[in-house]
Design a protein around this ligand. Sequence first.
Ligand SMILES: *[C@@H]1O[C@H](CO)[C@@H](O)[C@H](O)[C@H]1NC(C)=O
Length: 317
Amino acid sequence: THPRFLVDGFEVAKKATLEFLETFKTPVVIGDQPDREILKMVARTTLRTKLYEGLADQLTDIVVNAVLCIRQSDQPIDLFMVEIMHMRHKFDVDTRLIEGLVLDHGSRHPDMKRRAENCYILTANVSLEYEKSEINAGFFYSNAEQREKMVTAERRQVDERVQKIIELKNKVCAGTDKNFVVINQKGIDPPSLDLLARAGIIALRRAKRRNMERLVLACGGEAINSVEGMTEDCLGWAGLVYEHVLGEEKYTFVENVKNPHSCTILIKGPNDHTIAQIKDAVRDGLRSVKNTVEDEAVVLVALERSRWLQGSISLTM
Ligand SMILES: *[C@@H]1O[C@H](CO)[C@@H](O)[C@H](O)[C@H]1NC(C)=O
């Protein structure tokens, strides 16, 4: 027979299958809300193909909640907004979801608070360090006195930037129990840290670039590139900011955020192999839950069967 007939045959079969599935599938999104139980089934099924049952079941809620956390109606789900982090730790069952962010460093000043509630969050990309590179290059001065003046001038500029931040802090926090946290993509040098610490501000420097976008999504406000014209509207909000020390590593948790459209899955595992395995399964789980939410339907028979077949069952046609 001519291949054409075969192709026609497939087309007929496909059409019939699609019509059947259309009557048979179960909607996942009802009104605006995805059915959490169905999403949990999808997540559990996917996770169990790669992890032992106890762990898979423990991660099921985490994976579903992560996708629902970053989901915004009428927008595609951007799994990039789920940060997956790990800590090496004795027990793998401690993996958890943080509706907010975890930064993999702490503050570098002994007098800064390690824990604060009701925090304004300033997400900044402003140099708060005296860089001295140009001055040391030597073009700009002809004698020691001139050099000294330039050093002083640059120091003063950095101090003025810090002062602007302190003024904003005082404006929004004075007379309240609120706190103020600066998370800066650029550097903050020790004199600046001193000034900020004395003003009761928690400051983190050298935050990763990709966390700036996430911070703004999670906490609200906007990322500022300059302290000029900075207002209260630039500030985000987190209910809780605290430092966590694990061995040599310091982490800063930013939690209870305003609109958690970015979250972090913190994976704890006893060794690198286990961590890699959990990460891999979590990524698969996130993808299958995302696909299910976006397809808005699922075929439940396939879902059950897939427990001993494999992977995602969401319909993509
Ligand atoms: C931060 O500022 C630098 C310039 O100093 C710029 O190149 C970079 O794109 C800024 N980062 C963000 C996230 O805006």
